[in-house]
Design a protein around this ligand. Structure first.
Ligand code: FAD
Length: 407
């Protein structure tokens, strides 16, 4: 392999570059990145950057040693794979055509926006965060659409800056899509405590100048509107490439894509927020839009490109900092058949474990980082636990493990 192109200059892109060099790849390496900034971390954007505590989140990488041709501010516009697995292809970009023997697709995701001709802000890039930060002044009426992770984090920061914050959510509870309404409802008091008005079950028809038009004909006036209703993989440039895309780029557990002839391509991998990868652990495809996957999965993608046998089999993990609380989640709960509460949500720290039978499938913790660490290990090991011990917050989770089935 003599020429590798990485498309996308987010965390997954830079980690792919580092992994390729780290594994001894010495050929040409080009990174095509639409943003003009060197790769940076996004999690602080809705937290420390918005709060004005940090301005720079650039990923610490030794670009000289990496010996990469960095095409910042350039976009990939099309992909033309040559027919036949392993035969490479061409990426068309705003800087011209690039031939490749190996390609990493790491174009991440872009925020979904709402209809309407009113100004709506999103928080995806550092530029978005810096602009919004300037608008968050005391008394500003900020309306946030979406009580998901980003909406809650932006509400936290804006309320602390003295804005009059309203969060509008179509579902019946915050975080309902991510963790289910029952758990999401437990976060409702956090909004009131912070002086944020939360309106659930409210459907927005459009963003108009001066505020929101609701589906029921009502209006919510706003000086600023932030939309946090989710993201979509940024894959428009793959149109016509023949690659199998179902929301994300479909890959196997080694991040190999499938081309228009239905063949797995060992020379084209997709990773990070744009990839829907096969999880052997869960027996289904996962599209995980979180930092930990963008950090760790590129190592496997790089190994695959270099012809090594590698599979990604991690337990998904993410965190959120909202309303003064560290919220962490590990696992994947759709297969669970019960939830066990761990501690009282009125207390400082609490959690929830999802079980399938007595196997620990997933955990959510609020200010209980030790539980998270222990549960993550147990989930990875497929451990079986005693639900009664899990329900007792004084019993360390690692001591809730059953050594023999049913014991
Ligand atoms: P991205 O970071 O989206 O990077 C992809 C890059 O590719 C972008 O720079 C994009 O401009 C570029 N690109 C797109 N199309 C093209 C093209 N055609 N040509 C060239 N370049 C292109 N996760 C957590 O686990 N915890 C958190 O607390 C958390 N907080 C977050 C807060 C915010 C505000 C945001 C936005 C995300 C947060 N995340 C968090 C999610 C995490 O940041 C993402 O999962 C991670 O950034 C994904 O990395 P990526 O490299 O796959 O994609």
């Amino acid at each position: 392999m003599n020429s590798v192109v990485v498309v996308g200059g987010g965390l997954a892109g830079v980690r792919a570059v580092e992994a390729l060099r780290g594994k001894g790849y010495q050929g040409e390496l080009t990174l095509v990145a639409e943003e003009r900034h060197r790769p940076y971390d996004r999690p602080p954007l809705s937290k420390a950057v918005l709060a004005g505590e940090r301005d720079d989140t650039t990923v610490d990488a030794d670009w000289n040693a990496l010996d990469v041709r960095l095409l910042l501010g350039e976009r990939a516009t099309a992909l033309r794979p040559d027919p036949g697995p392993g035969s490479g292809g061409t990426v068309a970009t705003t800087a011209g055509d690039l031939r490749f023997d190996g390609l990493v697709i790491a174009t991440g995701a872009a925020p979904v926006t709402l209809p309407g001709d009113g100004a709506q802000r999103v928080v995806r890039t550092i530029d978005d965060a810096r602009v919004l930060r300037e608008r968050l002044a005391p008394g500003v009426r900020l309306v946030i659409v979406g009580a998901g992770w980003i909406g809650a984090e932006v509400a936290t920061t804006a309320a602390a800056k003295g804005c009059a914050v309203t969060v509008v959510e179509a579902a019946g509870a915050p975080l309902a899509n991510a963790v289910g309404p029952e758990i999401g409802r437990l976060t409702v008091p956090w909004y009131a405590e912070a002086g944020v008005e939360l309106r659930t079950g409210v459907k927005v028809a459009a963003v108009e100048p001066g505020g929101l038009a609701l589906a029921d004909g009502d209006r919510i006036p706003a000086d600023e509107v932030v939309v946090g209703v989710g993201v979509r993989p940024a894959l428009d440039w793959l149109e016509g490439s023949g690659l199998l895309v179902e929301r994300g780029v479909v890959t196997d557990a080694s991040f190999r894509v499938t081309d228009g002839d239905g063949a797995l391509r060992p020379d084209i991998v997709a990773v990070g927020d744009c990839a829907a990868w096969w999880s052997r652990r869960y027996g289904r495809r996962l599209l995980v839009e979180h930092w930990d996957t963008a950090l760790n999965a590129p190592d496997v993608a790089a190994a695959t490109l270099l012809g090594e046998e590698a599979e990604y089999d991690a337990v998904p993990y993410f965190w959120s900092e909202q309303f003064g609380r560290m919220v962490q989640y590990a696992g994947h709960h759709p297969a669970a058949d019960r939830m066990v509460r761990r501690g009282d949500p009125a207390d400082k720290g609490w959690g929830v474990c999802w079980l399938a039978g007595d196997r620990l499938e997933a955990v959510l913790t609020v200010r209980r980082p030790r539980d998270l660490v222990q549960a993550r290990r147990l989930i990875a090991a497929g451990a079986r636990v005693d639900p009664e011990a899990v329900a007792d917050p004084d019993v360390p989770l690692r001591d809730a493990v059953r050594t023999t089935a049913g014991s």
